[in-house]
Design a protein around this ligand. Structure first.
Ligand SMILES: Nc1ncnc2c1ncn2[C@@H]1O[C@H](COP(=O)(O)OP(=O)(O)OP(=O)(O)O)[C@@H](O)[C@H]1O
Length: 234
């Protein structure tokens, strides 16, 4: 299994039930690349991301994600695929009945970790990366939206993914917090060569943090040419 190309889609069709949402999708994402998915509401950004993390089954076309071929991927293999990805959601999807450390430990255990000391070390390391080292004992409901999104990103980093999939990760955040989260995602992308595919409605973000842009329209996906700039994560 090759893990070199985080995403490779060739002539992919994406269905929701029986309806065809996206046709003839071709997309390659390179190691360490940051890619935005933009498009009007309902065009299929989330459906594309869901296909990439195995939530929607791929019926037509060839797709490889983090070394896994998606066509006819069995449901049993989906957790294995997810272990190789980081997934970040708009609404964080943290467990509200436990603290940050326990949220992260829950994921580690679910993905096969058993050694307590190694888990503690890993949790400290990902919290450090997102600037929350001292907040491990906080209950998630006691945290601000921006802090919760950092925990969500820390969770996504637990298994050293080569690819992070983020669905409107700043959708619930104010502009200042949005900037901090974008800087964090760009830093992770640069420092760990983690590819990031992020769906957003917010063109202002793309202007402030330029990267490759893929526009999703009814029927397909198109590369958008944006004047190239260095990203502004510094
Ligand atoms: N669970 C589902 N069952 C059936 N149809 C669905 C389901 N989820 C989405 N769809 C349909 O698939 C199409 C694409 O939806 P999707 O959520 O992927 O779009 P989107 O571009 O992410 O939209 P938004 O920007 O509003 O999140 C829409 O027509 C939507 O109604």
């Amino acid at each position: 299994m090759s893990t070199e190309v985080p995403v490779s889609l060739k002539n992919v069709q994406i269905y929701q039930g029986k309806s065809l949402v996206l046709d003839n999708v071709n997309l390659e994402v390179a190691k360490g690349e940051f890619v935005y998915l933009i498009g009007k509401t309902g065009t299929g950004k989330s459906s594309l991301l869901k296909t990439l993390y195995g939530d929607l089954q791929l019926k037509e076309g060839n797709a490889e994600v983090a070394g896994f071929k998606l066509k006819d991927l069995s449901w049993k293999t989906v957790p294995l695929l997810r272990r190789n990805l980081g997934i970040v959601f708009q609404d964080f999807q943290l467990l509200t009945d436990r603290n940050v450390n326990d949220n992260l430990e829950f994921v580690l255990k679910a993905t096969g970790w058993t050694d307590k000391a190694l888990m503690k070390e890993k949790i400290e390391s990902v919290l450090d990366k997102v600037g929350l080292r001292a907040k491990g004992y906080k209950m998630t409901y006691e945290m601000s939206g921006g802090e919760q999104q950092r925990v969500d990103i820390a969770r996504a980093l637990l298994n050293n993914p080569k690819l992070i999939l983020a669905d409107e990760p700043t959708g619930n955040l104010d502009p200042e917090t949005t900037d901090k989260i974008m800087q964090l995602l760009f830093t992770i992308c640069r420092d760990y060569q983690t590819a990031v595919v992020m769906a957003t409605h917010d063109y202002g973000i793309i202007q402030r943090y330029p990267a490759r842009v893929i526009r999703i329209e009814q029927g397909g996906v198109h590369e958008l040419t944006i004047p190239s700039n260095n990203n502004t994560s510094e």
